[in-house]
Design a protein around this ligand. Structure first.
Ligand SMILES: CC(C)(COP(=O)(O)OP(=O)(O)OC[C@H]1O[C@@H](n2cnc3c(N)ncnc32)[C@H](O)[C@@H]1OP(=O)(O)O)[C@@H](O)C(=O)NCCC(=O)NCCS
Length: 420
């Protein structure tokens, strides 16, 4: 019998291509899913494999921890894309937990990301308490609604968008043709959005199968009166006839994108107009989504889930603050404590609606805050006044939190439509 390995005996390193199936088995084990994978899944997922970006921890040759990162573009406030190190597939097998394996993988990945010049790192946290210690902060939130369709009060004779636009059902291959351009347009106007590569469209339209339980959804496209594609949705409908032979179907939205409020309205009205459908589940939306207010009775949309969503770790404060635009004109000196001796410092921000300049400074700080708090403020969602009330940012000059809010906070909340 081999003795229990000490943390130092466990090798943390990038995996090789031939170790990929064992690495995937460890991911499934860590996420408490059936560990065995089909050849189709392995080969489908292998298309994403990038040497050097998939880390594993090995104990006596067996993979017991996993971590991967990939290049991503995150939309900052104002529409610029910033290079991000997106982290996913983080697991430590239950037999090897709390020996520092996650910390070792994270340190290695973030150091490489800084070296590459990524401005931020991003992830979606399985549990809230895991990532704050590494300098991440919750920068976008999500809400999910379930619409009670009969109560929503929409016109029972709805026969298409009232604005002269139209809705068509299309096939997966049409989505692969029309989707990328629509999504790129959405990214330019939606802080918090992340890019979708070609493989995303293949995986999410069934062209490449990575999930044996894949089922084709319905795809609806909205075109404006001028014929422009402005919205798209993928949704499933269950089969439910209740006990009294009554159609009681639920439509569940996988994703819905609209680049105009008219497109969003048309797609939600369409979903609520489908005969037999009595409930519509919205999928993950921004907490300030317009959806409830498209209904005659907004209370017909009940929030069924609400949580933090995209977590951001700022790797380069100067480039992050210079990448966005601001709600007003002004200066702010802020000091952020580093994590692991990295990233911290005191900075003078000169902000304006057109952009900003940010420089290291020796001036007295007006506001002191952690990196995670800075990330939450950076994407425009959080309020410095609120964080000051919680004791999580410190005003070194009276009124600095209010001033920070006037510059950094946005009138609409950021939203990341995707899971990764
Ligand atoms: C979350 C997970 C990856 C942590 O791995 P780990 O190797 O046990 O973490 P580490 O030993 O490096 O822990 C580092 C620190 O984080 C803390 N920590 C780790 N996971 C935590 C959790 N879920 N909740 C609270 N604290 C946690 C540890 O206690 C430790 O704190 P310390 O430095 O004060 O001692 C692992 O438990 C796991 O795989 N969980 C199930 C899958 C999952 O949730 N993955 C994350 C997907 S986003």
């Amino acid at each position: 019998m081999t003795s229990v390995s000490r943390a130092d005996d466990i090798d943390v390193r990038p995996i090789t291509a031939s170790e990929f199936p064992d690495w995937l088995r460890a991911v499934n084990t860590g996420f408490l899913r059936v560990p065995a994978l089909t050849e189709e899944e392995i080969e489908g997922r292998r298309e994403r494999f990038v040497e050097g970006r998939y880390l594993g921890a090995f104990d006596h040759g067996r993979c017991v921890a996993t971590f991967r990162s990939f290049d991503q573009e995150l939309t900052a406030v104002g529409g610029a894309g910033v290079p991000a190190d997106a982290i996913s597939g983080v697991t430590v097998t239950a037999t090897h937990r709390r020996r520092g394996l996650l910390s070792r993988m994270m340190a290695r990945d973030l150091a490489a990301a800084r070296e590459r010049g990524d401005v931020v790192a991003t992830l979606i946290a399985a549990e809230y308490p895991i990532y704050g210690r590494y300098g991440f902060g919750p920068a976008t939130w999500m809400a999910e609604w379930t619409i009670d369709v009969p109560r929503a009060g929409l016109d029972a004779r709805w026969a298409g968008p009232a604005d002269g636009g139209r809705i068509d059902l299309v096939e997966g291959e049409d989505v692969r043709k029309l989707g990328p351009d629509l999504h790129a347009r959405l990214c330019r106007r939606q802080p918090g959005a992340i890019d979708r590569d070609e493989l995303w469209w293949k995986w999410n339209t069934g062209a490449v199968r990575i999930d044996p339980s894949w089922k084709d959804p319905f795809y609806a496209v909205y075109r404006s009166a001028s014929g422009e594609v402005e919205g798209m949705a993928a949704y499933d409908v269950d089969d439910n006839w209740g006990d009294a032979k009554q159609p009681l179907n639920t439509a569940s939205v996988r994703w819905l994108l609209g680049v105009t409020p008219a497109a969003e309205r048309a797609l939600w009205e369409y979903l609520c107009s489908i005969d037999w459908v009595v409930k519509v589940k919205s999928g993950w939306r921004a907490p300030d989504d317009l959806l409830p207010h498209f209904l005659r009775d907004p209370r017909a949309a009940g929030i069924t889930s609400q949580a933090d969503w995209l977590w951001v770790r700022i790797l380069d404060v100067v480039r992050a603050l210079e990448a966005r635009t601001y709600e007003g004109q002004g200066t702010l000196v802020l000091e952020t404590a580093g994590v692991d001796g990295l990233t911290g410092g005191r900075y003078r921000l000169e902000a304006s609606p057109e952009g900003a300049s940010c420089t290291a400074t020796t001036e007295s700080a007006e506001l002191e805050l952690g990196l995670g708090e800075l990330a939450a403020l950076w994407l425009g969602d959080e309020s410095a006044v609120r964080l000051a009330a919680l004791g999580r940012v410190r005003e070194e000059r009276a009124g600095a939190a209010r001033k920070a809010d006037a510059l950094l906070r946005t009138s609409r909340r950021p939203w990341c439509p995707d899971m990764f």
